[in-house]
Design a binder for this molecule. Structure first.
Ligand code: FES
Length: 149
């Protein structure tokens, strides 16, 4: 399916532009929106390119720079923070040898921070792509990362 065909079904739908951006981002190997993707959405939805860029750069779930196959989002909100989210973030950065916002050299993981994931009962928590992991300790991270090949 071409990129153009991928977004046709969202034209005229409420929130369609956001859905189209999600679909395009998910279809790209590097989990990002290219300039060509944004131009495609601009043309298909009849929205100025500057406005589409504005949307793509406003929401943290979109990226206009290439990222890893797996996006690790570490929750930094208060309930996770008080039970050790910072230790989780530090351990992930050390384990992956990257800083927040960076991607591993093999293009596998990108490390990001986020607000509450809605699973505070199992804090500290992270999300890897669409899957959440809770009750984490720095020691348990290796087994979580091993789930992603
Ligand atoms: S505060 Fe971390 S999941 Fe809610």
């Amino acid at each position: 399916m071409t990129q153009s065909m991928l977004i046709q079904r969202f034209i005229g739908e409420p929130g369609g532009l956001l859905k189209a951006l999600h679909a395009l981002q998910n279809s790209n190997t590097n989990n990002f929106l290219s300039p060509q993707d944004l131009e495609l959405v601009s043309g298909a939805f009849g929205v100025p390119l500057a406005k589409v860029w504005g949307v793509a750069t406003f929401y943290s779930l979109y990226s206009t720079i290439p990222r890893g196959r797996y996006i690790i989002r570490v929750c930094e909100s208060a309930p996770c923070h008080v039970v050790g989210a910072h230790n989780i973030l530090t351990a992930l950065a050390k384990n992956l040898n990257i800083c927040t916002g960076e991607t591993t050299a093999d293009g596998k993981f990108t490390l990001e921070v986020t607000s509450c994931l809605g699973i505070c009962g199992v804090a500290p928590a992270i999300m890897i792509n669409d899957t959440v992991h809770g009750n984490l300790t720095p020691e348990s991270l290796a087994s979580v990362l091993a789930l992603y090949n």
